[in-house]
Design a protein around this ligand. Structure first.
Ligand code: UD1
Length: 340
């Protein structure tokens, strides 16, 4: 069994990816600092797969611990690096914390990969690198725009750092996966998104409002140049997204990659407006959501959805689950966590 390190493996996308890796026969070792995740997730993963992954609570900012970890784990076949802070608003208030959390840690991990020949590396990137793209759908060739936030900047800089390392180290093989908007939860409702405090993202805000934890959802702007005036995004089910990580890893393990640094968009290819997401939620749950139209949120772009051709053709991956599937699973998850 190939042993794969998943940093941030107890987080939202990380935990779903660990499940898919285990289901595909990989041995997983998780590093997580529990700063935005719960130890409980380890057991939740094992209720789904029947296997408890190995786990080490390590803060990757602690360079000595990173060095020590890689010294003890010379048999790793690949690394999937999720560990990072991801709140856009917080990043504008505490930029240095974001650069330290997301950049220093990446550098420390890459230094050890370089030293120990663990050369297969998957990086969690984001469609945020495209900003408001000039053309839709967005291909991987679309130019990277000036970042709107320190968080977004860490994804751009992260990709550049990896690319620079790949340029001088031909043994290093890396793929940056640019996620569009990951939503939903595992069908078992054992794992899902656990936002701390008031959710900033649309779907957890919808489910919390429907559950009665929030008064109403504010739809940020209905005067955008879109068919119903609300912003358009490409919402991708987290389980589809998790599966893409396994496919990307196998591309590297089987040396099917065409260059030693590649980028892929991970989305459905379909844009949905905020009002369409609300309608989907109401359709699958039979509930009526309390919402109001509010003013635009600063920093929001009008529309973003992926051109998925490269991921379809090169990775041989495509999303299968619909927006309705994702909304139904998000609701099931919300009810599951509140009943505890
Ligand atoms: C946000 C981040 C992005 C990050 C992604 C991770 C910002 C500006 N961008 O993307 O960098 O990669 O999350 O998932 O934060 N909306 C409402 N009411 C709400 C919340 C959201 O109307 O209470 C709308 C937003 O205006 C947007 C859409 O819902 O049009 C999606 O918002 P959100 O879930 O926050 O994702 P993004 O902003 O696309």
């Amino acid at each position: 069994m190939d042993k794969i390190l998943v940093t941030g493996g107890l987080g939202f996308i990380g935990s779903h990816t660990v499940v898919e890796l285990q289901n595909s026969g990989y041995e997983v070792i998780i590093i997580d600092d529990l700063s935005n995740s719960s130890f409980d997730v380890l057991h939740r993963i094992s209720t789904i797969t029947g296997i408890t992954p190995k786990f080490e609570q390590i803060d990757l900012k602690n360079k000595a611990k990173v060095i020590d970890f890689f010294k003890r784990n010379k048999d790793l076949k690949g690394v999937i690096h999720f560990a990072a802070s991801k709140a856009v608003g917080e990043s504008t208030e505490q930029p240095l914390m974001y650069y330290e959390n997301n950049i220093n840690t990446l550098v420390y991990v890459l230094q050890e990969l370089k030293n120990s020949n663990h050369t297969n590396f998957i990086f969690s990137s984001s469609c945020t690198v495209y900003g408001q793209a000039d053309e839709l759908p967005i291909t991987e060739k679309a130019p990277v725009k000036i970042a709107e936030s320190p968080y977004g900047n860490t994804k751009q800089i992260g990709e550049e750092i990896i690319q620079d390392v790949c340029r001088v180290n031909s043994n290093m093989n890396a793929i940056a996966l640019r996620y569009f908007n990951p939503i939903g939860a595992h069908e078992s409702a054992s794992i899902g998104e656990l936002p701390i405090g008031i959710p900033q993202n649309l779907v957890p805000f919808i489910t919390q409002t429907a559950y009665g934890l929030r008064d109403k959802l504010s739809v940020f702007g209905d005067d955008y140049p879109t068919h119903d005036g609300t912003c358009i995004r490409d919402y991708i089910h987290v389980v589809d997204l998790a599966k893409a990580h396994v496919v990307a890893l196998e591309r590297l393990l089987n040396r099917k990659n065409k260059s030693n640094f590649e980028t892929f968009n991970l989305g459905t290819g379909k844009g949905s407006s905020v009002l369409e997401v609300i309608k989907s939620f109401e359709r699958v749950t039979g509930l009526t959501l309390n919402y109001t139209i509010a003013k635009r949120r600063s920093g929001d772009i009008t529309a973003a959805y992926a051109d998925t051709n490269k991921a379809n053709m090169e990775l041989g991956w495509q999303s299968h689950l619909s927006l309705d599937d994702a909304m139904a699973s998000a609701w099931k998850w919300e009810m599951h966590i509140r009943k505890k």
